[in-house]
Design a protein around this ligand. Structure first.
Ligand SMILES: [Zn+2]
Ligand SMILES: [Zn+2]
Length: 277
């Protein structure tokens, strides 16, 4: 694992036999790119599968390796992005190049991934751990996925994601989406909500939230974010895979999601921004 082989991208090292996704459901698995998750929709060995989000930069090789372990050499039918933040699109261009597949994103998010518009500079005064964790990965160049990017169809969903409904869950970004499957109530939430792994002591487990509002530093519109959390809560997901943190399920998820939706301003909105409401 420590033996690095040189590749055309000198920033990216090839960690042999390292990258492997973790299965959550028979046809849903995730792979963590240091701080952000990508999701594989498709059963082990299935040829027509879909990738949701692309992680931070320099992870294309590892995502491909994890995908090949699960699906063999079949490329995904498409890549779907929950939103265009760099920790979700960092490896998108390399992956689309490798597989030659389209990348779908909500129409309101298009400008941010084609170099036409930049996300607002984050509000560093909100503090929080994620900003400091992410800061070494802040991109130096704008993301330009113009060659591959396509707007998600506004009606009817995507043909290869028949069971899944795309929900517009703005706030964190204008065109943020979540994917929900009604038949088993599985939710892929992106950054509309996130979970954070806590210490395993029972006190922490009981006392602290695991379901959190969107990452504060990057969230653009808290009123929209609150509406989106209420929308997600209303769906009553039984399993959730978020952009950051571990998947959650069952009673704990239901309780904490309801609590977050009911007390969003207190639990999620940075204190000095509450006055905006
Ligand atoms: Zn984000
Ligand atoms: Zn994120």
């Amino acid at each position: 694992m420590d033996k690095h082989e040189h590749h055309e991208d000198h920033n990216e090292t090839w960690h042999m036999s390292h990258a492997e996704s973790e299965q959550i459901l028979e046809d849903v698995a995730f792979y963590r790119t240091l701080i952000s998750n990508v999701v594989f929709i498709g059963k082990q060995g299935q040829a027509d599968w879909v990738l949701v989000d692309c992680g931070i930069g320099h992870y294309a090789k590892r995502i491909i390796e994890a995908a090949e372990k699960r699906f063999g050499n079949h490329p995904p039918k498409a890549i779907v992005l929950t939103h265009g933040h760099f920790d979700h699109v960092g490896s998108a261009e390399k992956l689309a190049d490798h597989w030659d597949v389209p990348i779908y994103i909500h129409p309101m998010e298009m400008d941010y991934v084609t170099g036409k518009e930049d996300y607002p500079v984050g509000d560093a005064t909100v503090g929080g751990g994620l900003f400091s964790i992410l800061s070494p990965f802040f991109p130096t160049k704008p993301v330009r996925l113009g060659k591959y990017i396509q707007p998600l169809p506004t009606e009817g969903g995507l043909p290869f994601l028949n069971d899944w409904t795309i929900y517009h869950t703005p706030g964190h970004t204008p065109g943020h989406i979540s994917l929900f499957r009604q038949n088993d109530r599985t939710l892929i939430a992106g950054d509309a909500i996130i979970t954070v792994k806590q210490e395993s002591s029972m006190a922490v487990f009981v006392q602290h939230q695991h379901v959190h509002g969107p990452p504060a530093y990057f969230t653009q519109n808290w009123e929209e974010a609150e509406k989106s959390v209420k929308k997600i809560s209303h769906l009553q997901p039984s399993v959730v895979i978020t952009g950051h943190g571990l998947p959650m399920e069952g009673e704990l998820l239901a309780e904490q999601l309801q609590e977050l939706a009911a007390n969003f301003k207190e639990l999620a909105v940075p204190k000095h921004q509450n006055k905006l409401h």
